[in-house]
Design a binder for this molecule. Sequence first.
Ligand code: ATP
Length: 334
Amino acid sequence: MGCPLRPVNSFALIKFKTFGMRSYSLIAPAKINLHLEILGDRSDGYHELAMVMQSIDLADHITLRSLDIDAIRVRCDSSEVPDDSNNLAYKAAALMFQQFPDVFAQYGGIEINIQKRIPVAAGLAGGSANAAAVLVGIDLIWQLGLTQAELQGLGAQLGSDVPFCVAGGTALATGRGEELSPLPDLDNLYVVLAKYRSLEVSTAWAYKTYRHLFSSSYISDPKGLEARAARVHSGPLVQAIARRNGAKIGQLLYNDLEKVVLPAHPQVAQLKNAFSSTNTLGTMMSGSGPTVFALAESRPQAEEIQEQVKKVIPDPDLGFWIAQLTTSGIRVTQ
Ligand code: ATP
C-alpha cells in the first residue's frame, strides 16, 4: 500500500535521477530473552526492566528500494502484518523522512519488502527487527553515515526493543529496554521455538496485567533500581554466558511475564512442561510470549527435543522452529 507523504516536487525528481536507483537487502534476526525481570514503574508509563537479550538466526528478510515518488510503500508476504502506516517498518521510514527532510527530497520515497519468517506477536521482536533493518537500510541508501549509537537513538523513538535489534548479539538491556550493555558473544547454543500459530499475546496486555497483580513488590527508589540492574549484570547468568556454559545458562533462564501469561493460557504452560520433560538445557517463555523456547547444545539435540515435544502434543496448530544463537544484529546481504 502506498501512502503519499506530500506532493512530488520536480527538483526532487531531477536530483533523484542524478543519484540513480539504490536498493539493499538486509537480514533482521529475532531475539529471545534469557532473563526478563520487571523492576518497577516509570513516570513515562513503561516499566523499569533488567533483561538479557539474545539474537537468534531465525530472521526476516527485508529489501529496501528507492522510489521515484515521495511515498512509503510496504509489502509483506504475511497477511498477519499490516501493510500500511501501522507497520513498524513504515514508522521507521517515516521517522527517517521526518529527521532528514532535505535528504528525503533528494532521494524520493522507499519501498519496503518484508519476507516474514519470524512468528508475529510471539515475543520475538519481529516488528522491532524490521524497524531496525529499515533504519540501517535507509542510512545506507541515503549515505548518511550514522553511527550505531545514532541509529539506536532513533530506534528508541520507535520501540524499546529496536535499539537492541540494531546491534544484536548478547546484551543486558535496562531502563525500558533501550539502555544496552554488550555481553560476551554467545553462539554455541541452539534453540527450539514452539508457538501455537493461532495464539497471539499482546505485549501491552502482559505488562498491564503484571502491574495490576504485582506492583506492590516494585522497587521505587532510583538507587534500588540501579543496584538490582547491577546485580543482574554481575550475576550468575552473565558469568555463565562469559564461560559459554550452556548447562548453567539453561538452569538460570528467568521471565517474570510467565507469571501472567502461563495462568491465562494453560496451553502455553503445558507446552513449557512438555519441553521440561525432554533432555533440554532449559526452557522458558520468550518476552511476553506465547513462544516457548528450549536450549540445546547442538542442532541434532534440538531436533530430538522437537520430535519429543511433537509426540507429547500432536497438535497441527503448534509450529516449531530451530535456530542458532547469533552474534549479529541487522546484516546487509547486498
Ligand atoms: P516484542 O517481542 O517486541 O513485544 P512481538 O514479537 O511480541 O514483539 P511483533 O511480531 O513485533 O510482536 O508484532 C506485534 C504487533 O505489531 C502485531 O500485532 C503486528 O500486527 C504488529 N506489527 C506491525 N508491524 C509489524 C512488523 N513489521 N512485523 C510484525 N508485526 C508487526
